[in-house]
Design a protein around this ligand. Structure first.
Ligand code: HEM
Length: 217
């Protein structure tokens, strides 16, 4: 599906206004070590734990919002909910969901989500944009991660590449669906701000994880 890319499209604006923040997230020691195949396995697993905490919180809010707002329901498709993929990965690594907790940087993001859900729920689409868009890069990293840790098949990388051959199609659909929503200037600004805060928050999560010793939990 071809996305609408008129100059005032929200997707154009998100891409342009958050590009610098994307590049900063991409350049973190964590991401660079992942590309180089030198990231400790424990750091990789812990990142999935943190992303699980984040997605669980975000997706609970998105489900509520989608029930109330048809525009959101039209954007957020079932396959975009990442919690099941993360559950599969964490089960593979033997991590018990009952026994995981957000690090401070993740908790700050979760607190922000709760505020957005209460005050400016449409801004949650900006958060969703960052995480859904991250599949563009993470798909490229999947092969190196599988080689690095000697994972067999899709095990342990369901979150990195949940869509397989459908990645481009799903990203195109998301872009078109986002651009089809009618938004006021204030709503557009809130979505872009939330996306920026999400990039910064994720960067902090990666920095916090990478600075911690790999404990082998
Ligand atoms: C090694 C790290 C990363 C690499 C190599 C990478 C690479 C890429 C590439 C190649 C694209 C597609 C650009 C295009 O088709 O125009 C992309 C898009 C994107 N990435 Fe990353 N990325 C990385 C990390 C991240 C992280 C950590 C996040 C956020 C959690 C992220 C969020 C996004 C988003 C939101 C887009 C969509 C941009 C748009 O609006 O077109 N990326 N990335």
């Amino acid at each position: 599906m071809t996305a609408v890319t008129t100059p005032d499209s929200i997707m154009m604006r998100l891409r342009t206004d958050t590009r610098t923040l994307h590049d900063r997230a991409e350049k973190t020691g964590f991401q660079q070590a992942m590309i180089a195949g030198t990231l400790a396995r424990e750091h990789y697993v812990e990142s999935l734990v943190q992303l699980f905490c984040l997605h669980r919180a975000l997706e609970a809010h998105l489900r509520t919002l989608a029930r109330r707002n048809p525009a959101v329901a039209a954007v957020v498709r079932d396959y975009q909910y990442q919690e099941p993929y993360l559950r599969e990965d964490l089960a593979y690594f033997g991590r018990d969901i009952a026994d995981i907790a957000p690090v401070p940087a993740t908790q700050r993001m979760i607190d922000t989500l709760d505020l957005l859900a209460a005050d400016e729920p449409l801004a949650l689409l900006g958060v969703h944009y960052v995480l859904e868009g991250s599949k563009n890069g993470s798909k490229m990293l999947t092969q190196v991660v599988r080689r690095t840790y000697k994972f067999a098949g899709e095990a342990g990388t369901r979150y990195l590449d949940p869509y397989g051959d459908k990645q481009r199609e799903y990203w195109g659909a998301f872009r078109a669906d986002m651009d089809a929503i009618e938004l006021t200037p204030a709503q557009r600004a809130a979505i872009v701000n939330a996306a920026g805060a999400t990039f910064s928050g994720i960067t902090e999560v990666y920095e916090e994880l990478y600075a911690a010793p790999a404990t082998g939990k």
